[in-house]
Design a binder for this molecule. Structure first.
Ligand code: KG4
Ligand code: ZN
Length: 348
């Protein structure tokens, strides 16, 4: 796997983060993220119309800041990568319009990137130079767990561009399980980080919460956990210990995820060279600890992105776009990037 050598500008606007990043190879020169979390907090979730408007306001300043923090000139950018699917149509349109206009003016290629592929390859982004590099051949095939507000998927990456979904959720995503649980416990949106912070001081064995489909290797399920948390809140009332409840909820989610990872490793261990992780929930410290221990047990390197590359960001989009441009992606004409609310992963 190779990447473009020159500077790549990444743009991301699929949900509630407006982000722009400049990458040189795998190294981030800048990765600016403007989050709309505060805006959507009052509704307890992302409101598409409000998200689109906020992206329009944020996008140009974010791109401007990414260019200036990188210490480069706009004219030095060699290519632009922009998230084009899956996501909120209005939100995606803002990033794609911005990227297309820039590409048209600068006369450089603009490539549409699948958001999930950004998360899948985010472990390759480097925060600073001097970090020990590795050959791509050393880490692929990789078993990668993608856990975010919209996704819970266990994917076998034969190599970038070759993906096989081994397991996915039949109902809520892991991030939703964190967010809905946090809401039931009266913690603010987005709840994943808040649950992690409360859980630090709590007893994870205090409350028994269920693990859905524990013997099914191909499916995750978090809807039962949400119902059980609701029952717990109703039963305990004002007596509930929020820290213990957060710790118990986090333990149930982490166990549900790690059990399937172990199952997949048992099945595919002969061919897999590393265990990877990506998505907003991948910044959860308990999940990282448990998965790193599992990887150690199987004798595999654990490729975890720096937390700044876990939640939605444009650096991972730039990296995925750079891969496709360096490895023979059809170069789309300006203005012809297909925006889709849902889409399968790309294939090479
Ligand atoms: O990848 P992401 O930024 O957006 C999507 O593509 O969905 O993921 C956002 C999700 C939210 O559900 C948020 O609660 C969760 O990631 N999250 C966490 C943590 N930080 C963010 N969940 C658990 N622990 C965290 N530290
Ligand atoms: Zn995401």
């Amino acid at each position: 796997m190779s990447l473009l050598r020159g500077l790549v500008l990444g743009i991301e606007s699929s949900c509630d983060e407006s982000s722009a990043a400049v990458l040189k190879g795998r190294l981030q020169l800048s990765n600016v993220i403007s989050s709309q979390a505060k805006l959507h907090e009052k509704w307890g979730g992302v409101v598409p119309e409000a998200a689109s408007r906020a992206h329009i306001e944020a996008m140009i300043p974010v791109v401007d800041e990414a260019i200036s923090l990188a210490g480069v000139k706009l004219q030095e950018i060699e290519a632009i990568a922009v998230t084009c699917c899956p996501g909120l149509i209005g939100a995606l349109s803002v990033g794609v319009s911005c990227a297309s206009a820039l590409g048209f003016v600068l006369k450089i290629p603009v490539i549409g990137v699948h958001h999930l592929e950004g998360h899948l390859l985010s472990g390759q982004c480097l925060l600073e130079s001097g970090t020990k590099d590795f050959e791509f051949d050393d880490i692929y095939p990789q078993l990668c767990l993608i856990v975010s507000g919209g996704h819970t998927e266990l994917i076998l990456i034969q190599k970038p561009g070759h993906y096989e979904i081994l397991a996915e959720t039949r109902d809520d995503a892991a991030g939703e399980a964190f967010d809905k649980g946090a809401r039931l416990l009266g913690l603010p949106y987005p709840g994943g980080f808040m649950i992690q912070e409360e859980a630090r001081k709590g007893n994870p064995k205090r409350y028994q919460l269920p693990i859905g489909l524990r013997h099914d290797a191909a499916e995750f399920s978090f809807s039962g956990l949400k119902t059980a948390t609701l029952r717990l809140v109703e039963k305990e009332g004002a007596e509930i210990n929020i820290q213990d409840a957060a710790a118990s909820l986090q333990r149930a989610i982490v166990r549900a995820l790690s059990m399937k990872v172990e199952m997949a490793l048992n099945t595919h261990s002969g061919s897999i060279k590393s265990l990877g992780i990506g998505g907003g929930v991948a910044s959860n410290e308990s999940l990282r600890e448990v998965l790193s221990e599992i990887a150690r047990k199987f004798g595999l390197p654990f490729i975890a992105p720096h937390t700044s590359f876990c939640t939605d960001n444009a650096a991972m989009i730039a990296l995925a776009g750079s891969f496709w441009l360096a490895n023979g992606a059809p170069s789309p004409k300006y203005g012809q990037i297909d925006i889709q609310a849902t889409a399968p992963l790309p294939r090479s």
